[in-house]
Design a protein around this ligand. Structure first.
Ligand code: PMP
Length: 401
């Protein structure tokens, strides 16, 4: 037998399986109501339209889209994405768009582009677990900055930057999900974005703006993206079709300056040569036909109902001492339990005895804090299951108090 211990790299050896993906596997079977994954509702996938678009692309361009493509991406898709984002004041051309094998690859590209061992980066407490893990591979020093009700705190961020300066150090970038943050469901208002942008300029940081949920807004007013507010070329805006069309496509994009994308293209070449030309063209044509926006509208209407059902059920069933965020969009909200409760322990009881699942918030905290928090997804289960599941969760919490 091969002794793998002597063979695997440091990176693979320390790679931990994602807690969320492991929890999801357990939930495949049984009658558990799951608020754990970040899965879109299957009803949001426009299967028939995609079938038609695949047929069209194969008849029109079959031989070219089944060939290798340029790393730079499919021209039809890049132009569509430029037009689409210019409606949000991005002021870009197709050359500012790099299609990726979804946002998770974009996060890996970001790590490969900018991180050497020991580099300082700033992330929220809490932050998206997939980003924490993607960056950890490059062994950076992750500085966690607490979120308040307006998102990442600019005051605490500056405090951290001043402390670094005192040690003669700098940070390379700040990573954020400004809209309907995963996991907290919080959106940064424009003033906070401007404050953070000013800090990024003052301390010369890049901004990684991860934006998978931006379009899923069901109340309140859209806030300008960091990319549209910036005039100094320091923002990488990451987008994906996972939550607005279908995660099975594994298709996303990076929007940034041509200089930054040149570097990203070199990095991506060694990862996969190019993102699937077939998938890119199918989605590009789907956008060209004007089908994306109506599909998003339909999805948003359904998530609004589901989020409302979850919030109403919290009001009705949750015991004293439990509080939660009220998202204006996205797929998640965050629960704060009384300080002495441990959500990981609650998870065992909830799944085993109450048949309801969530993700313990501690996994989203790079410093191991947040033990009394948990993340709830509201996009996947039906309204009825959401009501029943919240009631079960409330019972599990009461039993643990
Ligand atoms: N960023 C954030 C904040 C996410 O929540 C997710 C998916 N849950 C991703 C990136 C990755 O999305 P994908 O790879 O499917 O595009």
């Amino acid at each position: 037998m091969v002794d793998l211990k002597n063979k695997v790299s440091r990176l693979a050896g320390k790679g931990e399986r994602s807690v969320i993906r492991e929890i999801l596997k357990l939930l495949d079977k049984g009658d558990i109501i799951s608020f754990a994954g970040g899965l879109p509702s299957p009803e949001s996938f426009p299967v028939e339209d995609i079938r038609k678009m695949c047929d069209k692309v194969l008849s029109e361009d079959g031989t070219s889209v089944l060939q290798y493509g340029a790393t730079e991406g499919d021209k039809v898709l890049c132009q569509q994405l430029a037009d689409y984002n210019n409606k949000k004041n991005f002021n870009i051309t197709a050359k500012n768009v790099l299609p990726t094998a979804s946002s998770q690859q974009a996060l890996d590209i970001v790590g490969r582009m900018f991180l050497d061992k020991g580099d300082n980066i700033i992330m929220g407490l809490p932050s998206y677990l997939g980003a924490i893990n993607a960056f950890k591979a490059f062994e950076p020093n992750i500085i966690g900055v607490k979120l308040d009700e307006k998102g990442l705190s600019a005051t605490l961020m500056e405090k951290a930057l001043i402390e670094l300066e005192a040690k003669g150090q700098k940070a390379k970038f700040i990573y954020m999900v400004p809209d309907f943050q995963n996991p907290a469901g919080i959106t940064m208002p424009k003033e906070r974005r401007l404050e953070i942008l000013a800090l990024a300029k003052k301390y010369d940081l890049l901004i990684i703006e991860d934006s998978p949920y931006c379009e899923i807004r069901f109340s309140g007013e859209a806030q300008p993206t960091f990319y549209s507010l910036d005039d100094s070329g320091r923002v990488l805006n990451l987008g994906t079709f996972s939550k607005i069309l279908a995660p099975g496509f594994r298709l996303g994009w990076i929007i940034s300056s041509e200089e930054i994308l040149d570097c990203a293209i070199v990095v991506k070449q060694t990862m996969d040569l190019c993102t699937s030309p077939f998938v890119q063209r199918v989605v590009g044509r789907y956008m060209q036909e004007g089908l994306l926006e109506p599909n998003i509208e339909k999805t948003v209407a359904s998530y609004k109902q589901k989020a409302e059902a979850m919030l109403q059920s919290f009001e009705k069933f949750m015991p004293e001492g439990v509080s939660w965020t009220t998202p204006e969009g996205g797929l998640f909200l965050f629960l704060n339990l009384p300080a002495h409760l441990d959500a990981e322990k609650l998870m065992t009881i909830a799944v085993r005895d109450y048949k309801v699942a969530f993700v313990p918030g501690v996994v989203f905290h790079c410093d191991g804090s947040g033990k009394n928090t948990l993340r709830m997804n509201f996009s996947y289960e039906s309204v009825e299951a959401i009501r029943k599941g919240v009631q079960r969760l409330a019972e599990a919490i009461k039993a643990s108090l």
